[in-house]
Design a binder for this molecule. Structure first.
Ligand code: PHE
Length: 445
């Protein structure tokens, strides 16, 4: 008998815990910067609702109907060949969890250093840049923090405190929103505040480029934890009484809200002190400490912020590891403890290559291991996993069955459901396909 979430709220918080993490807090601000601001945001929002939501619903339905891990779920619904799509999703989750933990390790490092007041004593971007460079280019610190972060995940996963973490996130998640809200308001009041809104919201059509569409789709999937089995696995723990739609809509909205608050917080700073900030993965590590240094009780705010980010990253990393663990338990008959240990160990070894990507000896090619892995997994493998899920539910399942899964007490011919079904069957798969086509044949443009 499979374990179930205790309540619908329990499921929503677990799904939110998975979705809200470094994707919206750390990745969103720098990816939007690299992709021209408002044009990216526009497509990110469109994809979140027109593609992300249908894929999310499909994945949760697949898990709940079959009560299986991603491989078992795809195989049960579509046979052996589809089982491979499930295996691919599990592998993607493992790849993502390996580099995710390296970045999460940095936030853990910043949390420790905030406690001693070091982070909030950083008063200029140059100093923040040096501080971050020292941490991220040290193979010892990066690997050590990656190790500590994964050890925390291992402890949470095998000691049974996972449910406790979920319960605590009912308090910590609203607190995270509150802190992000305060940061965004503060940054908005800076001289560059208005410019940040312009950068984020005033759409410039001429900036639209296929590269932006790929990045926006990848980011929408990444922030919703799609395409790599997490939501299939979480769906398999959801009781059959609950309405999937009403559980998923808050996840999409709150996820978007987190990204927007971070966007305003970071770009309010960037436009207030324009020339000194370098973009890329270091962005939030180089802007936020300067904000904290200007606030009264800066050490407290920095510690609270990085603590909440570490918790958000923990709940996401755990969910990225979960598909591989449930696969080993269900299909290979491992005990949960043994499965967890092996999966975490694998993520640790793989993650070492990403950790080393930031050190000066990153290799001879112009792209680092981290850059290649993160691009391939987020922009290619994740949408591919989502594509398979949406095809399975949209095309292999009868419409009645889909509606019954999504909302047990559904009303037929409801306009909303007709539109949703249209997205599920046509809009989502066709858009993903077209974006892929561009990725594979960029010369078409
Ligand atoms: N959604 C998480 C975030 O935005 C990342 C994640 C991806 C977690 C895939 C699990 C699976 O931080």
């Amino acid at each position: 008998m499979r374990e179930n979430w205790r309540s619908k709220a329990g499921f929503i918080f677990a799904a939110l815990g998975s979705a809200i993490g470094l994707g919206s807090i750390w990745r969103f601000p720098y990816i939007i910067g690299e992709n021209g601001g408002s044009a990216f945001l526009f497509f990110y929002m469109v994809f979140l609702f027109l593609i992300g939501l249908p894929v999310l619903l499909s994945e949760i339905s697949l898990g709940r109907k079959t009560q299986k891990n991603p491989f078992g779920a795809m195989k049960a619904c579509g046979g052996k060949t589809w089982g491979w799509a499930g295996k691919g999703a599990i592998l993607t989750g493992l790849l993502i969890s390996s580099f995710y933990s390296v970045i999460a390790g940095w936030t853990l490092g910043y949390f420790f250093l905030s406690l001693s007041g070091r982070v909030s004593s950083i008063s200029s971007f140059t100093e923040a840049h040096q501080f971050f460079t020292t941490l991220s280019t040290s193979s010892f610190y990066s690997i050590f923090l990656h190790f500590v972060f994964l050890s925390l995940c291992l402890w949470i996963l095998i000691s049974g405190v996972k449910k406790g973490i979920e319960a605590k996130s009912k308090i910590l998640m609203p607190l995270l929103f509150l802190v992000l809200f305060c940061l965004a308001v503060y940054a908005f009041m800076l001289p560059g505040g208005r410019k940040s809104l312009q950068f984020l919201f005033s759409l410039q059509w001429e900036k639209i480029h296929p590269k932006i569409l790929i990045a926006a789709l990848g980011q929408a999937f990444f922030t919703l934890s799609l395409g790599q089995g997490t939501m299939i696995t979480y769906g398999s723990y959801l009781s059959s009484k609950e309405s999937i739609i009403s559980s998923c809509i808050p996840v999409v909205f709150l996820n978007l809200l987190t990204s927007l608050l971070m966007g305003v917080a970071v770009y309010g700073m960037v436009f207030s002190f324009p020339t000194e900030v370098t973009a890329g993965p270091s962005l939030i590590f180089e802007t936020l400490p300067v904000v904290f240094s200007q606030l009264p009780l800066g050490g407290f705010w920095a510690s609270l912020f990085f603590f909440l980010v570490v918790v958000a990253a923990l709940t996401s990393e755990i969910s990225a590891l979960e598909p591989a663990i449930s696969y080993l338990v269900d299909e290979k008959k491992f005990t949960r403890k043994k499965a967890t240990f092996w999966v975490v160990l694998l993520a640790f070894f793989l993650g070492i290559f990403s950790a080393l990507s930031f050190t000066p000896s990153k290799g001879i090619s112009s792209y680092s291991f981290y850059e290649v892995l993160s691009y391939i997994s987020v922009n290619l493998l994740v949408p591919l996993g989502g594509f398979c899920a949406v095809l399975m539910v949209g095309w292999q399942w009868p419409k009645k069955q889909v509606l019954e899964q999504l909302c047990p007490d559904f009303k037929r011919n409801n306009l909303f459901f007709s539109f949703l079904f249209l997205c599920l069957r046509y809009i989502a798969p066709v858009c993903i396909f077209l974006i892929f086509l561009d990725l594979l044949f960029p010369f078409l443009y």
